[in-house]
Design a protein. Structure first.
Length: 115
């Protein structure tokens, strides 16, 4: 799959729409991005419908997403470690198997998800 092939999901309870893409190449998956809220949905709709790169900082600052990528344990930040500990996550093995969470709201304001 590429970042232009999308999966749609409805949030149970609220009915909110989320659109996700799986990032990878040659049969590997290295991240899942979930676009959310009106801003994120507009951003991914524009990217997919025009099939052109979103240019410049303004285009990137309009993103609203939650991304999970997979990294080495040593690459995790303290908030990631806390989230995984709270969830009781156990590593399935060695290598790039640790989920790291990145969330950005418009303006590229980062926040760490919690439980």
């Amino acid at each position: 799959m590429s970042d232009l092939e999308l999966l749609g999901m409805r949030e149970e309870g609220t009915g909110g729409l989320h659109v996700a893409s799986i990032l990878g190449t040659l049969g590997t998956m290295f991240a899942v991005i979930c676009y959310r809220n009106d801003t994120g949905l507009r951003w991914i709709h524009r990217a997919v419908s025009t099939r052109t790169p979103i240019e410049g900082p303004k285009g990137m600052e309009e993103m609203d997403f939650l991304k999970v990528d997979f990294c080495l344990k040593g690459e995790l930040q303290p908030p990631d470690r806390q989230t995984l500990a709270n969830a009781g996550f156990k590593s399935p093995g060695r290598g790039h198997v640790w989920p790291r969470f990145v969330s950005l709201t418009p303006g590229w304001y980062p926040w760490y998800p919690d439980e």
